[in-house]
Design a protein around this ligand. Structure first.
Ligand code: AMP
Length: 762
């Protein structure tokens, strides 16, 4: 099974997206197709061989759509894909801007005419309603003829895309929003033209010489304006990704035998030594070789304070060197760089579908045909039922107004844009703040989280413990002997405690012994043979005598390990990790949102409680073996909790994957953590609360959008049909339908853009 991504052209509304999805899914060789209106992209899963672009376009061309496949990024030896991506993004933007300019020209032409006609219409309505308002100072006949000329031009030239919607409908039975507007305006135009040019038909029908040319002109004018404003704001929703792509440097300075040569960044390969000057942009990812620097990484990681770097520290491509010059070795270029992977991840996430959208999609798929049927029924009801209560000519007038009004007011685009525009803005906003959300589903779940479980080591604490006390348990053993034996065995372990013990021995310049038969027991300790003695370093067992010495240390938050040789406990080593300075604030913020905070650790209860208390954490789950972490998450879920697990993403992968949302605290450049729904760059745990704030704000906007889009159609369509007439004698002029329709999709996109201003705090 292969999945390919395509750019889609020609979509105007949710019905178009639904139509393409339907047609593609039915094509042989395609398992699943997902089309996103807001990103104008399609994801297609092929069951076997992939189909060519031509094959897809042959099918979609019939309906006025086309697709171009996007090149899959390849793990490259050079940076070309990023530059390609930047060029592609610039080209796409240029195309969009040209399209917008063309749209703008149309609006600039149509709108003044529409406004003028609108004023005349209002005047006419006022003159008929109030005796004090004089009649229009233009003879009706002349007015009709001028209106006819203008309306004809509007329908057939400016409104041509809408007519194309009708052609598509007749040819293939597939209807879109354009079809609705097309049928509505064409009907109004046709009726008006007939009664203007053929007075005998009008007399036979006994209808007044009132025409709807003005309606046609104003509807087309306003709908075009609405579409233009919608396209304009839609472009703004994608700004986050453009900003990220824009971070890529175009050139790099290669350091070659003392010479500095500027080259296009595409030419940089892994292992190249590069130079960065003060104020310069770091071209690719790498490790500092010489020099020190203060680097502004805010644009990639969201970390506001510049980070000091020295030889051996990693640097991220796209970030800016504030002070100091340095050389570094490129470790990742092109598609492997952190920046490229973030862009890829954010783009995928923005194009993904939130479960909440399913209902809107289902409605959008049947929306247009349903509206056509309702409009036709309305017309028939006015002619049959209506004419029983009023003159036929009045019933016909109302019937036409109803038909046109319904077709024009019904707006599937508001429904289609409600979810994806908010997702794009929300996920983009996260990325700008160092919060990478894997997909819309994770975002939706994140908004419902009521419990956050933090892994202790490296998440609540800094994660680099150090040795604080060495306590011999018998008089003949010295502290140095304890450290020497323990460090000799621990040298073979990767555990943070092991590294702390080894570095304490190194500090004291203690020579280590050779070890055979090394063995590590996860969550318990290590063992090995030194000079035929079995030396073990492990967590304290419940031995009363030893616990008397261990207890007081643990009460101060220290982790204590026992050194044992041939089954005899020789001494204790106490280690202490420090809690992160921002931990207490992070916990407070979560509490203020009503989220329960739990700390999970392999440590013993006393030490864990001490650390938790410092951070203000409610509950501790201590002494959990690594493989039991997922079980604890499951238990919380069985209690009905919605659990987010925050951990380092490597040791905690199963727990992260099992949690409703896994939050990986990334350090360095490992951002694509499979098991995590959210990755937080630079490991700032305050961002956990911020990500929940963002998710909640995004979901709130989606719900508002969906609500208004639904309500708008549910109320607008009956009013346009004339539902108010029997009670209040009011029939909506289709012109107001046109204005309402233009307003509805613009307001949805504007509401989504509001998310950009959400305060995440911290
Ligand atoms: P962990 O689940 O990795 O946090 O480990 C839980 C506990 O097991 C630690 O608090 C130590 O008491 C013990 N432990 C694990 N690995 C080691 C090791 N390499 N050396 C000493 N003790 C260890």
């Amino acid at each position: 099974m292969t999945t390919k991504s395509y750019m889609v052209k020609g979509m105007h509304c949710a019905s178009c997206a639904a139509l393409i999805t339907k047609k593609l899914s039915k094509l042989e060789g395609i398992g699943k197709a997902e089309v996103n209106l807001a990103t104008e992209k399609a994801k297609v899963e092929f069951t076997g061989e992939t189909l060519t672009d031509e094959a897809l376009n042959k099918l979609l061309g019939q309906y006025g759509f086309s697709v171009v496949s996007e090149q899959a990024p390849q793990a490259a030896e050079c940076t070309a894909p990023v530059i390609d991506r930047k060029a592609a993004a610039e080209k796409a933007r240029q195309e969009k801007e040209e399209e917008l300019l063309a749209q703008k020209a149309k609006v600039q032409f149509a709108l003044p005419i529409a406004l003028m006609v609108f004023v005349l219409m209002m005047w006419d309505i006022a003159a008929q309603s109030f005796a004090s308002v004089p009649n229009l100072p233009i003879p009706m006949r002349l007015f009709n003829l001028i209106s006819m000329a203008l309306a004809t031009y509007m329908v057939f030239r400016i409104g041509a895309p809408f007519l194309h919607g009708i052609v598509m409908f007749v040819r293939s039975g597939a209807a879109s929003m354009d079809t609705l507007i097309g049928i509505g305006t064409l009907t109004a135009w046709l009726y008006s033209t007939i009664i203007t040019l053929m007075p005998e038909v009008r007399e036979q029908l006994r209808v007044p010489d009132y025409t709807y040319f003005d309606t046609t002109i104003v509807v087309i004018g306003f709908v075009l304006l609405g579409k233009y404003l919608e396209a304009l704001s839609k472009m703004k929703t994608g700004e986050a990704i453009e900003k990220l792509i824009g971070l890529q440097a175009k050139t790099a300075i290669v350091y070659d035998n003392g010479n500095e040569i500027e080259v296009p960044v595409e030419q940089v390969v892994k292992g190249t030594m590069l130079v960065v000057k003060p104020g310069g942009r770091i071209p690719v990812d790498g490790i500092i070789f010489s020099g020190t620097s203060s680097i502004d990484e805010s644009m990639v990681t969201g970390e506001p304070v510049p980070v000091d770097k020295k030889p051996g520290d990693p640097v991220i491509g796209g970030t800016i060197n504030r002070q100091g010059a340095f050389t570094f070795t490129a470790t990742a270029v092109g598609a492997d760089t952190m920046l490229f992977r973030i862009v890829q991840m954010v783009e995928d996430a923005q194009g993904s579908k939130a479960p909440i959208q399913n209902i809107a999609d289902r409605i959008a798929a049947v929306f247009v045909p349903a509206v056509l049927v309702i409009a036709a029924l309305t017309f028939i009801v006015w002619l049959t039922v209506g004419s029983a209560f009023m003159e036929f000519s009045t019933a016909l007038t109302f019937g036409i107004m109803g038909l046109v009004g319904i077709l024009v007011i019904a707006c599937p685009c508001a429904l289609g844009l409600a979810t994806p525009t908010a997702i794009i803005v929300g996920i983009g906003k996260g990325a700008e703040n160092g919060i990478l959300i894997r997909n819309a589903q994770s975002l939706e779940t994140l908004a419902t989280i009521d419990t956050v479980v933090f892994d202790k080591t490296g998440t609540i604490t800094v994660g680099t413990p150090s040795v604080t006390n060495i306590v011999p348990l018998d008089v003949t053993t010295t502290a140095d002997t304890i450290l020497q034996l323990a460090a000799s065995v621990e040298k073979h372990s990767e555990h943070p405690l092991a590294q702390a013990i080894v570095s304490a021995a190194n500090d004291k310049k203690i020579a280590l012994s050779a070890v055979t038969g090394f063995e590590a027991k996860e969550g318990i300790g290590v063992q090995g043979i030194i000079n035929e003695n079995m030396v073990r370093v492990h967590k304290p067992e419940k031995n009363e005598q030893i616990m008397a010495a261990v207890g007081p240390l643990q009460q101060h938050g220290k982790t204590v390990v026992i050194l044992e040789a041939d089954g005899v406990a020789l001494g204790l080593i106490a280690l202490s990790d420090t809690i992160k300075p921002e931990a207490a604030e992070a916990v407070r913020e979560l509490h203020s949102k009503g989220v329960k905070v739990i700390m999970l650790t392999g440590d013993n209860r006393l030490a864990a409680n001490y650390m938790a208390k410092q951070a203000g954490i409610d509950e501790v789950i201590p002494e959990v073996l690594p493989h039991q972490k997922a079980d604890r998450i499951r238990e919380l879920q069985q209690d009905g909790r919605k659990v987010a697990m925050a951990g380092d993403g490597i040791n905690d992968a199963p727990a992260l994957a099992l949690a409703d949302v896994g939050i990986a605290m990334a350090t360095g450049t490992d951002i694509a953590i499979e098991s995590a729904g959210v990755t937080i760059l630079r490991g700032d745990i305050r961002k956990v609360a911020q990500s929940i704030t963002l998710a909640k704000a995004t979901m709130r906007v989606i719900r508002q959008n969906l609500f208004w889009a639904f309500i708008y159609n549910v109320i607008g369509i009956p009013i346009a049909a004339g539902a108010l007439y029997p009670f209040f004698g009011i029939v909506l002029n289709p012109v107001f339908s046109g204005i309402a329709m233009a307003g509805s999709s613009v307001s949805v996109v504007t509401n989504s853009l509001r998310l950009k201003a959400t305060k995440l705090g911290g």
